[in-house]
Ligand binder design. Sequence first.
Ligand code: G3P
Ligand code: MG
Length: 234
Amino acid sequence: NTQSNQAIQTKIFGHRGYPAKFPENSLAGFRYVVAHQIDGVEFDVHLTSDHIPVIMHDETIDRTTDGTGRIVDYTLAELRQFKLSNGESIPTLDELLDVFENKDVWINLEFKTDNIAYQDIEKIVMPMVNQHQLLHPVIYSSFNLQTLKNCMQLDATQDYNWLTENDVPKAQEFVKKERLHGIHPHHYQATTATQRVWTVNDDQEAQQLFEKNVAGIFTNRFEDMVQLRKNVQI
Ligand code: G3P
Ligand code: MG
């Protein structure tokens, strides 16, 4: 019934856009989810050799484009010749943020600095975000705690979240000490009601997280999860 559904606060985030239906981290995927009133989106950011933020999950373009090599070794102009499976170029952050302007969508920007510590990525990305007309504050995350600390130096008021696959003993103390907003745990580690959990593609698992009323789930199957959430009673 509608009343119990309204009690569920869990926001559904499109993980890398909508990879069940579109190439991951493609503009087509993000445009679709925004047009279909998703709660939020998650995407991953790297820097080209000429320091332009672009959207891709891996450090290399091999898995998701027709090219090979590392993003960090290409200029944007060079990178643009390679195509995703739907023929799109790799999106820049600036282009992607245009899609979200004046839309009621929460944005989780993940700094992909866990393997390559892109120099000054925070100083390049954060002012770029501020140049766009976004209706909600951006949620920042990274597996690299130092990246989040660098962001805090630039703007202490934003929502910073540490990504981890590991159990964090005394998570609340850790969050407080590091002045984070929270932890974005792997789904195996989801325990408290304050977290956004990745990556939740299994119905039963999603149902349990809706029942726990976690803050958010990141999923590749956004429309299925919206349906599922409608039927959960809490
Ligand atoms: O931000 C949640 C999730 O995207 C973290 O893992 O590897 O999919 O970027 P990954
Ligand atoms: Mg990610």
